[in-house]
Design a protein around this ligand. Structure first.
Ligand code: SF4
Length: 358
């Protein structure tokens, strides 16, 4: 039985664009991360993936701000906590690893000192105990000669090793949640596979939950139990990984999957792609934000607010192609696996507009 650990409800993050206007870079996102699972968050650059993760730690860069929503960790609303109470949560309860470790590691301290400092702050270990824990953390992420590496500076290590150091630092504090923001994008394919295997191994050993942010659907297919597809700051589709890859419902998800090189026939002359660009947050169209790029857009329909439709337990889509369910009786639909509104749409329900996939 899935046990919710981190719950995000109707999260909206906006940046000022003029005197009175705010551009929503995250727009009403709701999702749940269950204990011990890996949840993939996918979408193009600018879809709101990283901003959602930064919001969880309340690290939205100025002048952006969270204008709406709740973020709950084990029943505690993180957005309502005083700043002082947030400090042990950052790094202690929730750790984050970033795409480029060079921008996250301090170049003037050895990696061992940096891990030991995190351990001192979040676990209260001191002196030799903290140093020993730092070495142990490096060993846990399969860094050879960890005693020696702990005495080295970030620039003395390879890219893959620096990323391992970041993971070691994050995990040394034994977090309940790991936010991994494109953790392997800067790495070559071999190291990428090692890092993903390592995160999976540590998740199984420690029972932590992982929110894996990526634009790489291949990585998601290999590592995630469930997937959330973001577009223009909004959740477009959510399902378990098997369902999403075998029966994608949203035209955007279908377009992403059709663009995978593995999905393209060998004799194809060109790789399929989704035409156009994602809208800027300041100029998002009314109704469906994917409308200008969608081959199935229906004039007069897709300009309207998007319905939230549950196609099967845990498979939720926001698109006018699917008939909206009857008015909910439970206070509103929510894009969460396991929370199925009363008006679900049976699998195989004909869709509006007809036509095939992208
Ligand atoms: Fe396409 Fe309309 Fe569905 Fe948006 S709502 S994805 S424009 S069919």
């Amino acid at each position: 039985m899935a046990e919710p650990l981190l719950e995000i409800e109707n999260l909206t993050v906006a940046f000022p664009t003029g005197r009175r206007e705010m551009a929503r870079v995250v727009d009403g996102v709701s999702l749940t991360l269950n204990r011990g699972e890996t949840l993939g968050v996918v979408g193009e650059s600018g879809s709101g993936k990283s901003m959602t993760a930064l919001s969880i730690l309340r690290l939205v860069p100025e002048p952006g701000r969270i204008v709406q929503g709740t973020i709950t960790l084990e029943g505690r609303d993180l957005l309502a906590l005083p700043e002082k109470a947030m400090r042990p949560v950052r790094g202690g309860k929730i750790a984050m690893i970033f795409q480029d470790p060079m921008t996250s590691l301090n170049p003037v301290f050895t990696v061992g000192e940096q891990i030991a400092e995190a351990v001192r702050i979040h676990r209260g270990l001191r002196g030799a105990g903290a140093q020993a824990e730092a070495v142990e953390a490096l060993r846990r992420v399969h860094i050879a000669l960890p005693e020696r590496r702990a005495r080295q500076y970030p620039h003395e290590l390879s890219g893959g090793m620096r990323q391992r150091v970041m993971i070691a630092m994050a995990l040394a504090c034994r977090p309940d949640v790991l936010l991994a923001d494109e953790p392997t994008t800067a790495l070559d394919v071999t190291v990428q596979a090692q890092i993903l295997a390592l995160i999976g191994e540590l998740r199984r050993d420690t029972g932590m939950a992982v929110l894996l942010i990526t634009h790489d659907l291949g990585v998601v297919a290999e590592t995630c139990e469930r997937v959330v597809v973001l577009y223009a700051g909004q959740v477009m589709e959510q399902a378990d990984a098997t369902t999403l890859f075998s029966r994608p419902a949203h035209p955007y998800t279908q377009g992403l999957l059709a663009s995978l090189p593995e999905a393209v026939p060998e004799d194809a002359k060109r790789l399929p792609f989704i035409p156009g660009q994602p809208p800027s947050a300041a100029q998002a169209p009314t109704g469906c934000p994917f409308r200008p790029r969608c081959p199935r857009a229906m004039p007069g329909v897709c300009e309207k607010p998007l319905p939230t439709v549950t196609l099967a337990p845990g498979h939720v889509v926001r698109c006018h192609l699917y008939p909206p369910p009857p008015a909910p009786t439970n206070g509103g639909a929510r894009m969460d696996a396991g929370n199925v509104p009363s008006g679900t749409v049976p699998a195989g329900t004909p869709i509006r507009g007809g036509g095939g996939g992208l």
